[in-house]
Design a protein around this ligand. Structure first.
Ligand SMILES: *Cc1c(COP(=O)(O)O)cnc(C)c1O
Length: 332
């Protein structure tokens, strides 16, 4: 038996309906022309807290026992998951502690504090922050909520797949950002159950793509963490990965990698052509299409635009850089 089934996704959808938004799926004429395909964008930029992670967090917290709820939750996050857990915990009147590594962007920490979470900056990277969270969970009786390696979280993210299927039953290819694998794992589960011929493509940044390297190695591996515009995709998958590595290995057909300049171009493209504010990690599926990293000619494609939580000063700088490159005749 599979550890996670379609009924878990339907259960999740019902459970979280009152806490999340059903996000838009829009046709992109510009990307469709560029790829000679029918390209649709699934806008998790519209999601509560600005990213899809609230789906998994809500599904997880809503299944905790009254005793667990009374003690509270602890999590590790580079931003969006922590923010989602903080939001759901606040809505349910629970204590939430978020452990973040030192690399995390200040505006994300502020957002979590504004949601009532206790943010603790511990460790140089995701793994060290995780060790601190685990220790705190044991000491203070808190429930540790993984950003991806948890069946309830995966089922929550999978509700995106259910929504896509309902609006676009003719879908042939789904493209989504890939980091820990909860997002694409959940979505691929829904789509492959509808039709095994639907192609699932994961996109990571070229700087430290831990899941992609793990797939190559045939087991979870560790890589040094690097800074990337796709900050919400950095971090490991855990050497003791329980679910997502196998799920991704089983369900994902191919992967693609984006360089930093390609991620920047995707963010600017989203802003200028689609009028969408998208963070680096949220732009990589769209970016893989934009930069012809995957062959989708003639296909009906859904690309998941997974988050909007970008530092506005950064996005403005990237957009101005692109505009001045155009006006001086330089490369875009
Ligand atoms: C977490 C996150 C991802 C990656 O999701 P995984 O489940 O870790 O693969 C992609 N985009 C955004 C905006 C995220 O916050």
């Amino acid at each position: 038996m599979q550890p996670i089934e379609m009924r878990d996704l339907y259960g999740a959808r019902r459970r979280i309906a009152g806490m999340i938004r059903r996000t838009g799926l829009i046709h992109s004429p510009a990307l469709s022309a560029r790829c000679e395909a029918q390209v649709y964008l699934k806008l998790e930029t519209q999601q509560v807290t600005g990213a899809f992670k609230v789906r998994g967090a809500a599904n997880r917290l809503l299944q905790m026992t009254p005793g667990e709820r009374a003690r509270g939750v602890v999590t590790v996050s580079t931003g969006n998951h922590g923010r989602a857990v903080a939001h759901v915990a606040q809505a349910l009147g629970m204590r939430a502690v978020v452990c973040v590594p030192a690399l995390v962007l200040p505006h994300k920490v502020q957002a979590m504090r504004a949601l009532g979470a206790e943010v603790r900056v511990v460790g140089a990277n995701q793994d060290e922050a995780e060790a601190a969270a685990l220790e705190m969970a044991g000491r203070e009786g808190l429930t540790l909520v993984s950003p991806f390696d948890d069946l309830a979280v995966i089922a929550g993210q999978g509700t995106i797949g259910l929504e896509i299927l309902e609006e676009l039953p003719s879908i042939e290819v789904v493209v989504a950002p890939l980091s820990g694998g909860g997002l694409l794992g959940g979505i691929a589960l829904a789509l492959k159950a509808a039709s095994p011929s639907i192609r699932a493509v994961g996109v990571s940044m070229a700087r430290g793509p831990v899941m992609v390297e793990s797939l190559k190695a045939g087991r979870p591996v560790q890589l040094p963490e690097e800074k990337s515009l796709a900050d919400s995709l950095t971090g490991g998958i855990g050497l003791e990965n329980r679910y997502t590595f196998n799920l991704i290995r089983r369900l994902v057909d191919e992967t693609a990698l984006l360089h930093e300049d390609e991620i920047a171009a995707a963010m600017v493209y989203a802003l200028v052509e689609e009028r969408l504010v998208v963070e680096g990690g949220g732009s990589v599926a769209l970016g893989a299409l934009l930069h012809h990293k995957i062959d989708v000619a003639g296909k009906t494609v859904a690309a998941v635009v997974s988050g909007a939580n970008v530092d506005m000063a950064l996005l403005t700088r990237l957009a101005q850089g692109a505009a001045s490159a155009v006006s001086t005749g330089g490369p875009v």
